[in-house]
Structures are given as structure tokens and as C-alpha cells.
Ligand binder design. Sequence first.
Ligand code: KG4
Ligand code: ZN
Length: 369
Amino acid sequence: MPDHPLSSSPDAVTRILGIESSCDETGVALVETRDQAAPRLLAHALHSQIAMHQAYGGVVPELASRDHIRRVLPLTAQVMREAGHVLADIDVVAYTRGPGLAGALLVGAGVACALGAALGKPVLGVHHLEGHLLSPFLSADPPEFPFVALLVSGGHTQLMRVDGVGQYQLLGETIDDAAGEAFDKSAKLMGLGYPGGPALAKLAEQGDPAAFKLPRPLLHSGDLDFSFAGLKTAVLTQSQRLRQVSDEEFEARKADLAASTQAAIVDVLVKKSLAALETTGLKRLVVAGGVGANKALRAQLNAACANPRRRGGVVRVHYPELHLCTDNGAMIALAAAMRLQSGQQRALPAASFEVKPRWPLDAITVATA
Ligand code: KG4
Ligand code: ZN
């Protein structure tokens, strides 16, 4: 077994299979690297469990784990077929080591390590948020280091200073709910089902964002932290008020409430991102994670960052391709590729494995599988 797949020869091709199973999406992808050239996505496949969890109004961890078991090998076969490769062509098997649901993570880790052992290939555990953070490197307009990253997913809202692969400094984060959670919980209160973010965003298109005055917690706190729990309470109060008038009144004003909720979340995310750019003096912003798919967020960030009168001047904003904003295997294979290329981590034979359901991004350790 090669000790380090990228060190065998300067022009060596390394094919990395990535497996994502941290929550409610099973994602598999094959990425190819040639020495230090930008990694190339050969194929990827995804199965979303949304339909399965919808009946329960949220992710049921045990059902998620069982479904990952059902999906991961057929998706792997599909990826290999679409990439025109066979399993023996894989050089490294990468998987999401954390953070996420313990049982769901164990499925991806177990399959990756079994595959590695069967093929005689090394494996590498990847931090899920690092996958999100690096995912814009697969886009047509990849960023360059250093940059400020706004990580906005269902479980995390963080601003990071990113100086290179593995060089992450936390600038601020949510002290309670994540931005995605604020979308999801508000949507649930409005009866919009799961997952709430896209549903609330769609309804908001027909509403007036100034119709309801909703709180923007910590907007002027002077630091780069976020708080969204109070917003959810305000949405609850407004929903109850409308319902007390009548169900018709609630239905008639729902789009306005959705638009106002989205405006409050987006407003805070934009202002804090701009503050992070000012504090660091950096000229690039990378937006990643599921909430990064939100059109209103993209429009307002683009407008604010393109403003030449902004203190600090114009800023380039980079996003992952829209279909790679939410969880997927491509970002895991990519992060593994970039960690190997940068020498931050080695892929190792998998004698055993562990997952990390809780794992701060700035605590990634070097040279662990
Ligand atoms: O990154 P992700 O797929 O999973 C986690 O790692 O958490 O993010 C999922 C989150 C959910 O909260 C979902 O509602 C939100 O991203 N989301 C959106 C949109 N698409 C996904 N929120 C607002 N607008 C969207 N278009
Ligand atoms: Zn995610």
C-alpha cells in the first residue's frame, strides 16, 4: 500500500472517493488530482432523505442511519460507472468523520474503512465543515487564499479567517441557533414543513420583507457573534397574533412574515460578514453551507461587496455551485484531495476508526485518518 498517495511521482494521478453521511443526505463522489493541479470532479451522486423524514417534521437519526446503509453502496457503484472507473482505480477513500449524527457518521466511516481494507487502499477522515468551506474550489470561479468564510448550515453559523488548507481561525459564531435552524424553526412555526429553509425562501418571494419588524439580535454587538433564538420567538409571537385574528388572516399574511423573517436573517449575516471583512482587511468572501443557496442572501451580499463606497473597497464573493451548497460527497472528496496536496494530512490504512459527532473546525488535527 502506498504510504502517501500524492508522493509517489510528480505527475501521479490520485483518485479519491468521498463519502458523506453526516445527516440526511448520502453523498458519494470521485475526485481526481494530478500533483498540485486543482482537483477535478469526475462524478457524484446524492440521495436526499427529505421525503422520508418529512412525515416526522425533522430528521429521525435512526432512520437516517438505516437509509445511509441502504444507499451508500448503490451510489458508489453509480459514481464509478458514471466516472468510467472501477473500484480498483480508487487510490484513497475519504469519509466525513464529523461533526454530525453519530449513527449516520458511523455508516459512512464503516463503509469507507471496509472499502479501503478490501481494496488495500488508505482512508482519510474529513471534517464536514471543511468540506463546505472548500467546496467553492470546485466552482468555475474558485477563490484564492486568504479569505473570510461565512459558513451557514443547518447546525453551524460561523465566520472564519482562512489562510490556507487547515489554517482556520474562528472569528465569530452563533451563541444559540444556527441560521439554517432559524429558517427551519420559523418555517415549522408557519406550517411550512421540513426542510424549512427552501420552503420559507420560496414563500418569501411573494411577501413584503418590511411588513413585520423582527429583531436582528447582536447586530450592533461589536463582535462577530450571532444569535437567532430570539428571532424564532418573535416569529412565534407574530404567528400566534395572526392566528388569533383568524386562520384566513394568518394565511393572507404568511408570505409577508416569511419575507420579514428571511430579511432579518439575511440582514444579520450580511452585516456581520462585512464586519469580518473590515476587521481582517481581507478582500475575499467565501459563502458555504446550505443557507448559502439562499437567493436573497446571495443578492444582498453581492450588492454590498460590489459597492465601491464600502469601507475597505470592493470584495470578491465566491460560492459553491448551487447543487454543491447543501451536503454532498464531492466536497468531502475535494477536502481530502486538498488536505493531501497541502501535506496537512496523510491517508492511512484503516485498522480502526472513530467518528466525531462534535468537532470544532479550528481543532482539526494534522495527520490523522
Ligand atoms: O449544509 P447543509 O445541507 O446541512 C448541514 O450541514 O446542516 O444545510 C442545511 C440547511 C437547512 O437548515 C436548510 O433549511 C438550509 O440549509 N437551506 C436553506 C436553503 N437551502 C437550504 N436556507 C435558506 N434558503 C435556502 N434556499
Ligand atoms: Zn452540511
